[in-house]
Design a protein around this ligand. Structure first.
Ligand SMILES: Cc1cc2nc3c(=O)[nH]c(=O)nc-3n(C[C@H](O)[C@H](O)[C@H](O)COP(=O)(O)OP(=O)(O)OC[C@H]3O[C@@H](n4cnc5c(N)ncnc54)[C@H](O)[C@@H]3O)c2cc1C
Length: 417
């Protein structure tokens, strides 16, 4: 049996994958209830193909938005670069912009419908894992503080950026790393902008907006826009705790963005119509060269927490679950499968962590800001189309998004389903 710690995006995807492959598993989740927490998230075609292979494409279409375009603007709202995404770019599968909580709920509902509620034990926190001979023994604490132990063939740590099992492998690592960038996140009902399914990145390295719709239009033509304001603070002691659900007031950040209003998008006004604003420090961890601890393996954010600049966290979590599923089928529920998974994925995941630190695909925002302060008559006088395409192609090849390559491949588990 596979013991999975955490019912987030990677843990639930792994549960669904194990079910498809007929591998027994049990998930333990420390929250007492799965609630649709978080705001927007992007799922790239590589992971959408896997979700489709799990039978979830129709549900995704009903819940999320098929992203059509990624576009970059200066802080004055001038367009620098835009490119088609997902189906529009020629991929056989769409990119989805979706509410993270809705995606998690979809995975959760599907899993309990297919396997029963007992598959996920809610309110059980994994405390530690210990490998003895050919078994892993996992200590679990319930809501009442009662400790118990369960044994299995493997333990998979899908317990997120503050992973207890990662701490066990790297006891001296400390909390996630913060370089002073704060994210304020929220959703607002608003008229759509540009294509109606555009992901817009506006600003430069020290102050930035990201906005995209995560719903299709309602009867009045309004959509839910997911937005993020990002700002680098000089005071790196300002916020330390990476709690996903800390809410704050508008006056904490909106004054910095008050003039960021354009004829195509009135950002400050849209933000003011949000009910809740969540504050989060932009954190990651240094890449490590080993995720295997005896019969325990780290996946998802526990293994490679990444800045959200390249929109890859959710995608990587789903791909990890599928690659691990493939290794489990090929090598059985063994230590060899864990090492094989690590060999196949560690190098590329770590490169994404490092590339995302350098701002990922939006490096061009800062280049243009430095060259002209965000104001230009003609873009060509500031940056050539050739330079712009090069930046875009670099990041895409790193995260496996080349169209021709992608369309030649099938689902990671295609041969086994
Ligand atoms: C509440 C929440 C809100 C988020 N909001 C956003 C967002 O708005 N935008 C965005 O881009 N990303 C968000 N993320 C992060 C995003 O989900 C991840 O970056 C990505 O999907 C990787 O998924 P994961 O399954 O590895 O980790 P996560 O999705 O973080 O899931 C980890 C799960 O493990 C559980 N867990 C933790 N410790 C233990 C333990 N000891 N025992 C048992 N269970 C444990 C957690 O409760 C959680 O359910 C959020 C994560 C969480 C937990």
């Amino acid at each position: 049996m596979i013991i999975i710690s955490g019912a987030g995006i990677s843990g639930l995807s792994l549960g669904l994958t194990c079910h498809q492959l007929g591998i027994p598993f049990q998930i333990f989740e420390k929250s007492q209830k799965i609630k649709p927490l978080g705001v927007g998230i992007n799922i790239q075609p590589t992971a959408v193909r896997e979700l489709a292979a799990m039978g979830l494409l129709n549900e995704l279409e009903a819940t999320g938005v098929k992203t059509r375009e990624l576009a970059f603007f200066t802080k004055l709202g001038l367009e620098i670069w835009s490119e088609p995404r997902g189906l529009e770019a020629g991929y056989d599968f769409p990119q989805f912009s979706i509410h993270r909580g809705e995606l998690q709920m979809l995975l959760y509902r599907t899993l309990i419908n297919r396997c029963g509620t007992d598959t996920i034990k809610l309110g059980y926190e994994v405390i530690k894992s210990q490998t003895k001979q050919n078994k892993v023994h996992v200590s679990i604490m319930d809501n009442a503080g009662k400790l118990s132990e369960i044994s299995g063939d493997l333990c998979i740590a899908a317990d997120g950026i503050n992973s207890v099992l990662r701490r066990q492998l790297y006891p001296g690592e400390g909390p996630p790393l913060w370089k002073g960038v704060i994210l304020w996140r929220g959703t607002s009902k608003s008229k759509p902008f540009r294509s109606g399914a555009t992901m817009a990145m506006i600003g430069h390295a020290t102050q930035r907006i990201v906005a995209y719709p995560i719903s299709t239009p309602d009867r009045k033509g309004n959509v839910i826009i997911n937005w993020i304001c990002e700002r680098k603070s000089e005071d790196t002691k300002l916020i330390q705790e990476n709690n996903w659900n800390k809410s704050v007031k508008f006056n904490k950040f909106l004054p910095y963005f008050e003039t960021w209003s354009y004829d195509w998008f009135d950002f400050p006004n849209m933000v003011r119509s949000s009910n809740t604003v969540l504050e989060y420090p932009m954190v990651d961890r240094n890449p490590v060269d080993n995720w295997v601890d005896g019969l325990t393996l780290l996946i998802g954010d526990a293994a490679h927490p990444t800045y959200p600049t390249g929109s890859n966290g959710g995608t990587q979590a789903i791909l990890d679950a599928r690659s691990l599923g493939k290794a489990l089928i090929e090598y059985g529920s063994t230590k060899t499968a864990l090492h094989h998974f690590q060999e196949q994925t560690l190098k590329s995941s770590n490169s994404v962590v490092l590339a995302s630190r350098k701002s990922g695909p939006d490096t061009i925002l800062q280049i243009v800001e430095e060259r002209c302060g965000g104001m230009f008559e003609t873009l060509d006088s500031v940056i050539s189309q050739q330079e712009l395409s090069k930046h875009s192609a670099n990041f895409k090849s790193l995260v496996g998004l080349s169209v021709t390559q992608f369309n030649k491949q099938s689902s990671l588990l295609g041969a086994y389903l």
